[in-house]
Structures are given as C-alpha cells and as structure tokens.
Design a protein around this ligand. Sequence first.
Ligand code: AMP
Length: 544
Amino acid sequence: MKSTMMAFPLLAPSMLERAGKLFPRVEIMSSLPNGDRHRYTICDLLRRSRRLANALCDAGIRKGDRVGTLLWNGHEHLEAYFGIPAAGAVVHTLSVRQHPDELSYIMNQAEDRFLIVEDVLLDIWRQVNSRVKCERVFVVNRGSSLPEGTESYEEFLAQSVDNLVRSDIEEGDAAAICYTSGTTGRPKGVTYSHRALVLHSLASSMPDHFNISRHDVVLPVVPMYHVNAWGLPYSAILNGCKQVLPGRNLQPHNLLDLMQEERVTLVAGVPTIWIGILNALEKQPGRWNLSNKLRILIGGAAAPESMFRRFDKLGIHAIQAWGMTETSPVATVCSTKPGMETWPEEELYKLRARQGLPLPFVDLRAVGDEGSEVPWDGQTSGELQVRGPWISGSYFGNEQPDKWTEEGWFRTGDVVTIDSEGYVKITDRLKDLIKSGGEWISSVDLENALVGHAAVREAAVIAVPHPKWQERPLALVVLKENMTVEPGEVRSFLERTVAPWQVPDAFVFVPELPHTSTGKLLKGKLRQDYSQWKWDTEPSPVVS
Ligand code: AMP
C-alpha cells in the first residue's frame, strides 16, 4: 500500500524561508576586513538571498549551473549559500588557500559560469583570471574601485527583486559542490543535494550531537569554503539562531573578543584553533567573560585527551566530531550514553577523545585487510567505510570510482577501531596526506614536484607531529650522485608550483630511503623513525 503523505521536497532554501517568517529579527553579525562589525537580520538575509537568486535567473543562470564563491565567512557568503541554490544553481565554494594552478583546475572542471569574490581576495582572482572561463565576476567591494571586467555585487542585487524564486527544484538536485584534495591526482568534486543538506542539518542539530536550539549563538570558525563550514550556516538557519561570522581575522584574541561580546554559545573549529584559544585563556585567566552555555566543537583532525582536560578546567564543554568532505561532513559525534558519567575520570577522557557514534542513518563498518568487517571489540582495526543519505555516492565527473565498494560503501581512508558500544576511534590513515591546521597537503604531489629538481633522485614527504599545526610536512631527499644542493634552493624550486604553506618546513638529505619488496616507499617506517623530530623554525601554514 502506498502512503498518502505528500511528496514534499526537502529544499535548502525552505530552511531560510521559514526562518524569515518565524525569526525575522534574529541577527547575523559579520566581521568586516577593517574590523567593523556588520549587522543585519535573518529577514534581510532572506530578502537579499532572494534578490541574488532572481538576479542569477535574470542573468541566464540555468538549473544545475555552478556559481563560484571566493569569500571569507560573512553575510554575503551566507546569501550565496541560500540564494544560489534558490536559483536552482549550485554554490561552488572555493578555497582561498589553494595554489592558483589547482584553483584554476577546480574552477574549470566545475565549469563555474559566474564568480562572487570579495575585494580582499582579488589578488587570488587575478592569478587565475586568464586561465578560467567565468562569464561574469561580481565583486563584494567595500569602497575600493572595481577591476576591469568585473561588476559590483551590490549593484547586481540592486537591479533585482526580492519575490519568491523558482519552484521547479527537486530535492535530489545539487545545491552545493566542494572539492577535496586527493591522495593522488587532482582534487575531486563532491556535490551536495538539497535533501542531503536538509537531513544533515536536522541530524547534526539533535541534542546528542551539536544540540542546536534557537537560543544558541553560533560562530563557525571553520571556513565556509571548506565543506559548508560543517553545515553550521544551514543548521543555524534551520533552528533560527543568531550567527557570528568571523571574516578573515582568526587570531585567538579576536575570536575570544567575538565570543565574549556576541555571547556565543556554540563555536566550531579545528584543533589548531583551539590550541591558540586555550593558550590565550590560560595566559590571561579572567580576561574573557564567556557564556556559561558555551560549547566547543572540535573536528577536522584528532582532538587529544589533553584538550578536553584543559577545556574542562576552564568550565567549557568540548565535543569531538568526525567527518569528511564526502560526508557533508558530520558522520560521527562523541557524546556519552546514560551511565557513563559515573565512569572513572581516566576512562571518560579516553572516551571523549574518540571520534564517537554515527548519526542516525549513517551506516559504518571497519573492514580489515582480508576484506571482511572486523569485530566491534575496540581492538581490531580496519578501514572505516560509510554510507548514508548525506554520504557522497560518487565524485563529480565520476572520478576515482574505486573509492566506493561494489555494495556502495565509501572507503574513507581512515583506519579505526570500533568498540562494543559503537564508538569509533581513529588509529591511523591509509591516505598519503598531511593535515596541517585543518587543511590537506598531498605528500605524493610534493614528492612528484621534488623529483622534478635536477639534483633529486628520490624523495619522500611524511607527516610529522607539530605542537601548533598538528602535522607539518618533512621532506627526506636522496640526491643524485655527485650532486649537492642547499635546502633553500629546493624550497624556492617547490614554491614555483606549490602554495607556500604546503612547502615542507625541513629538508633532510639521506643516502637512501626504505622500500617494500615491490618498491613502494615504506612511509610507516619513516613516520616512526622521524616521530620525535624537533621543529626548530616556526612554519607559517594555514588555519581553517
Ligand atoms: P576533509 O575532507 O578535508 O574534511 O578531511 C576529512 C578527514 O579529516 C578525515 O578522513 C580524517 O582523516 C580527518 N578528520 C576529520 N575529523 C577528524 C577527527 N575528529 N579526528 C581525526 N581525524 C579527523
């Protein structure tokens, strides 16, 4: 028997339409590049997102077309999050950290027709402009003059109207796309359907997950160009929360001032952000008067036990979540089950440092070397595989289909154990990548670039623990016979093709590198050999 329920589509812009009716006066605050705080309401956001959608439709954007954004976390980005999908198009969030070669590849592969760029990021745009085929470029400019060939975002909106937009969008249509760095090869696009974004917003808001309510004030430090800022801009609108968007100044003092003055209750970021915040709070006890409802979401890289202990001492509750670009991203969140509160302190901290339990509808399993699922015993490890309504089923353009099993499980590349209660713990990584301050660096790309140098015979790049950035790349280089080269020269050579923050912080010249019997680099052994490496210079990578 068929149900008589309506086939009512789950659409991302519907979340804002509702919030605009029910919570019109709730504030959206954005930090501007000059330090000023811009304020408007959810009602303004709705009107301007509709204007953007109508303007895009009038400009000839068709269903499914991609519109790029090169923006920090701010209200214009939020307008793009809702306005572009309301036009039936796909918001393509572009990372401000990418090397121009990679950025132009991504924009061309996604076939971005239009771009919205912020004036303080125009230098990035200038470096890719001649290599991409954007038909129109709209600049969020705050007083500066517009570069030739670009148009004003504000004027684009002003020509338009704020009535309701198109009604032919289906929940399976793509609303957003974000690229993820691959272990090998080029970045790959992950498309998010309207349905996935809505379900992800609902599930991640639940009390045992991010526990979001309309009484919250949400600050996504995690960038809106990286996997939808963990979906927070959407889930905050779904719930009708005030949002505090930090712009480009992510220094601990600035973030703490925002948290204090805007009465933030939920803030999300990668461990590198929290290391800076903890240091500042511990150095100046009592300087910031934070909300007693404040919760901290940690993800993107492993949060050590010590981080939970330090936050607890300050009376701040920290929660770990795990996810990937391919999982929208939130797939597991770590919170206790009833009865666990009475566990010995040591056990409880061990639990909280795990990646947690899967959200409803997220299926997961760990698969061992022989290809079968390993037991949930907290001991046996295997590759984490996931599937569910907000887990990607393929990459845009069907790149790398082998990332999915025949039964449709996504191979995450993370090695985990799962305990008898279902808590996932990441123990290792199969993917040959380095995660520095929340952003990926491909060791394979660096190795390929290094062997392009005339003096280099072979190279291995490994992730080495770093006190501030969690991991930084270390290059082990074997030179050709009778060749010499200075580290500074290798560095400059790499800087020609690699973003400066991705260049290894140290180059160690070694006579040879260890290999497996089939000739593959023994990366595990190298990681172990150099695990105690002492960084003597302060690198300048990226914080997301
Ligand atoms: P991305 O697609 O850039 O968001 O990166 C996803 C990857 O980041 C995962 O596959 C993990 O390797 C890592 N990651 C994310 N969250 C965590 C976490 N809580 N603990 C450990 N690693 C994490």
